[in-house]
Design a protein around this ligand. Structure first.
Ligand SMILES: O=P(O)(O)OC[C@H]1O[C@H](OP(=O)(O)OP(=O)(O)O)[C@H](O)[C@@H]1O
Length: 168
């Protein structure tokens, strides 16, 4: 589907922060969204990672669709694990607040090819951290896919380093 298909159902022109959950609530739209976000995934992808919170919803559905494992990238302090069992990155995103993202060490590692999914990218800070967590784990990033991504100087490094796909 073109981005206009989703745009019609979102009732916003925002590029950055907006609520994508109406796209999850309609089963037909959600099915199309999962297909479209997962389409750029390469055939050798072993896992899909999703960024908390809404990237968990979308990423898990994409993983199921692709027949891959699912790996949650969680906000700091959510994994009930010891520090030494986590990879951790700090970032400052669109909100101007400093946040932490974590990935459990046991979930992925060398040889794994991880496709990273989220709902949208504004500054790219969360996606940059998520992709680097995958690499910190010894796995490789098989691509990045979102519904909508802002392309400007803030996201240039992300687009240069990774194969980033967006519907809009
Ligand atoms: O490009 P950035 O500046 O990093 O912003 C994009 C990120 O911000 C939002 O997450 P948020 O932390 O608001 O959580 P949510 O999924 O719970 O809405 C969105 O889901 C992305 O993860």
């Amino acid at each position: 589907m073109e981005y206009s298909y989703y745009h019609r159902r979102l009732n916003t022109d925002a590029v950055g922060r907006y609520d994508v959950t109406p796209l999850f609530a309609d089963p037909g739209v959600f099915d199309n969204l999962v297909t479209d976000v997962g389409r750029p995934a390469p055939g050798d992808c072993t896992h899909v990672a999703g960024v908390e919170a809404l990237g968990l919803v979308l990423g898990a559905a994409v993983a199921r669709d692709l027949g891959c494992g699912f790996v949650p990238v969680r906000k700091g302090g959510k994994f009930p694990l010891r520090d030494e069992d986590l990879h951790r990155r700090q970032l400052t995103d669109y909100s101007g607040r400093t946040k932490t993202l974590e990935l459990a060490r046991e979930l992925v590692g060398e040889g794994d090819r991880v496709f990273v999914v989220d709902d949208w990218i504004e500054t790219g800070a969360q996606m940059w951290a998520a992709a680097h967590l995958v690499e910190d784990a010894g796995a490789s990033v098989a691509g990045v896919s979102v519904l909508r991504a802002h392309r400007d100087e803030r996201t240039r490094d992300l687009f240069e380093r990774y194969d980033v796909s967006s519907i809009g």
